[in-house]
Design a binder for this molecule. Structure first.
Ligand SMILES: [Zn+2]
Length: 178
């Protein structure tokens, strides 16, 4: 499946629908969000589940698709001010929505979390998900979200304790991902 065919170009969108929000640039390719895109239909394009981005080639287009979806969700969930209830206005300079009367400024929030590989010699500890009928059992590393007031190391200790009842030490950082 070619992603060139999956992402429509801005110039292909008709004039009256051209209310687009700039998202980001990857390798000089710019990505936009089409306002009210959920109702958009056009010959030659169809709606797909985001799971297809997992196998997207080149990979950066999958990353663009997933990140674009997360931003779409953020814009959609921040249409009204949580303080005064009035409609929020997107800022023109940075990725933020605001409402002048109460001064509330809302930036995209990222929920920090950890994924932990608990190891013992040459083995790694996996948790088993509840099995859905007709599907094979899924195994996963211990993972969870960081709570307010907690360090990432404390999240690791708490999640491991909650999920498998082990007290972990010698916590080492491996790497991060968005
Ligand atoms: Zn407000």
């Amino acid at each position: 499946m070619q992603f060139r065919e999956i992402f429509p170009k801005v110039k292909e969108i008709s004039q009256e629908e051209q209310e687009v929000t700039y998202l980001f640039t990857i390798s000089e390719e710019r990505f936009f969000l089409l306002k009210n895109g959920i109702e958009w239909e056009m010959e030659g394009y169809g709606w797909e589940k985001p799971v297809i981005f997992r196998n997207a080639r080149p990979q950066y287009r999958g990353f663009a698709g997933i990140t674009g979806m997360q931003l779409f969700d953020w814009y959609r969930s921040n249409r009204f001010c949580g303080r005064c209830g009035k409609p929020m206005v997107p800022d023109h300079k940075e990725r933020m929505v605001h409402w002048e009367c109460c001064g509330n400024m809302v930036y995209p929030k990222i929920c920090l979390g950890v994924i932990v590989a608990v190891t013992n010699e040459n083995k790694v500890l996996l948790t088993k998900y509840a099995q859905t009928p007709g599907r094979t059992a899924n195994y996963a590393l211990i993972a969870g979200f960081t709570e307010i007031g907690e360090t990432l190391e404390e999240t690791v200790q708490r999640e491991v304790m909650e999920e498998v009842g082990l007290k972990v030490k010698n916590i080492r950082y491996y790497k991060s991902q968005p």
